[in-house]
Ligand binder design. Structure first.
Ligand code: SAM
Ligand code: SF4
Length: 362
């Protein structure tokens, strides 16, 4: 089918998505122009900033792709102090970020749960309730999600990683701690608690096919997700998945698929928030700007204190390891402008999709 005909369809099916994911040359240009126009018509060309604070790389899990997995004894473990976290949040507030993301390895011990609860209250207090807070600490119980929500978090990111259960099993250890159904159910729990719920996938994993990526897009839609962060899978030598690197497409191919995924998702879910992720930048210094041009509308500059930046190494060549918060912010503002978008400061930048979802609930 002609690409123009597909782009005019109101409901995209799996075969259409596969066709769009694979298109090249003039057709690719048409696809990107179309997704950019849809973004501008629905959520506008404003880009929301979230200051990313990577609070710790201590994790109880062993995902086979991740450089900070529990069994990687090469990783130097760290944990930011409360003071460092609060100072980073204050930096975000004073620099008009509108919101922060607290992210880290997964832990579910009572001390950790309590500590996050206290930090949330503290950040809310110091910012006079003005700073929005997104969390990303993996799978937790409904009670924990609720406690954190009540303490002030209002968005949560939990990537499903892949919607293909068989592939999920191949890239995780085979035990109860790494269960596809539990992870999917956590997304439901987050929605139930009232969070704006974000998920996403890795793109270009070993064993992954274009069909899987099309299914991933349909999964995001079927879950009625509010925001998405997805990016290329990047290999890390101290992880078990490194052994399968001969099965990977080139990094340039993974970048291309990443951009096609952003573009297709904007067509499928016009009013959600889509992040231009760091993994895109790891392949191409302009990867994030390219994603903003064709449909993304959120960017997450890293504002973790420099002393620990290098230890949150999920994959090889993670960018921005030696760039301070001021530098990342300045660089980012420049690059957002280059991509033809405008930075939205001092706003939470809630997903339009979430706002509509809430209206329909009442
Ligand atoms: N521990 C939490 C979790 O897993 O949800 C949050 C932190 S975890 C480091 C955030 C994301 O990093 C994961 O959801 C995964 O998609 C991504 N990630 C980990 N290793 C990666 C790799 N080698 N390449 C690309 N993304 C990776
Ligand atoms: Fe831990 Fe998240 Fe890495 Fe998995 S992806 S090992 S849960 S930090």
């Amino acid at each position: 089918m002609e690409i123009g005909t597909i782009l005019r369809k109101t409901e995209l099916e799996k075969a259409d998505l596969i066709r769009l994911l694979n298109c090249t040359g003039v057709e690719e240009k048409q696809l990107f122009q179309h997704s950019q126009a849809i973004r501008n018509q629905t959520v506008g060309n404003g880009v929301h900033m979230r200051g990313l604070i990577e609070i710790s790389n201590i994790c109880i899990k062993d995902c086979l792709y991740c450089g900070i997995r529990k069994s990687n004894h090469q990783a130097k473990r760290y944990e930011l102090s409360d003071e460092e976290i609060i100072r980073s949040a204050l930096f975000a507030y004073e620099n008009h970020y509108g919101s922060v993301v607290l992210q880290g390895g997964e832990r579910n011990d009572p001390d950790f749960i309590l500590r996050i609860e206290h930090l949330l209250k503290e950040i809310k207090h110091l910012s006079h309730d003005r700073l929005g807070i997104t969390l990303s600490f993996g799978e937790q119980s409904e009670e924990t999600y609720q406690r954190w929500f009540d303490a002030g978090a209002h968005r949560y990111l939990l990537r499903i990683e892949t919607s293909n259960e068989n592939l999920y099993r191949k890239i995780h250890p085979n035990n109860r701690l790494h269960d596809f159904h539990t992870r999917r159910n956590c997304l439901r729990l987050l929605q139930k608690c009232g969070y704006q719920t974000g998920t996403g996938v890795m793109i270009g994993l070993p064993f992954q096919k274009t069909e899987d990526l099309a299914d991933d897009l349909l999964f995001l839609k079927s879950m009625d997700i509010d925001m998405v962060g997805m990016g290329p899978y990047l290999e890390h030598r101290d992880t078990p998945l490194w052994a399968f690197r001969h099965l990977l497409g080139s990094q340039q191919d993974r970048l291309r698929w990443g951009l096609h995924m952003v573009s297709c998702l904007r067509l499928l879910m016009p009013d959600i928030n889509i992040a231009a992720t760091t993994a895109l930048q790891a392949i191409d210094p302009e990867g994030r700007e390219k994603a903003l041009q064709i449909g993304a509308n959120v960017i997450m500059p890293n504002i973790t204190p420099l002393t620990n930046r290098g230890n949150y190494r999920l994959y090889e060549n993670k960018p921005g390891m030696d760039e301070g918060a001021e530098d990342s912010t300045r660089r980012l503002i420049e690059s957002v402008r280059k991509s033809g978008c405008e930075i939205r400061l001092d706003q939470w930048g809630d997903s339009l999709h979430f706002q509509e979802r809430m209206k329909n609930r009442t």
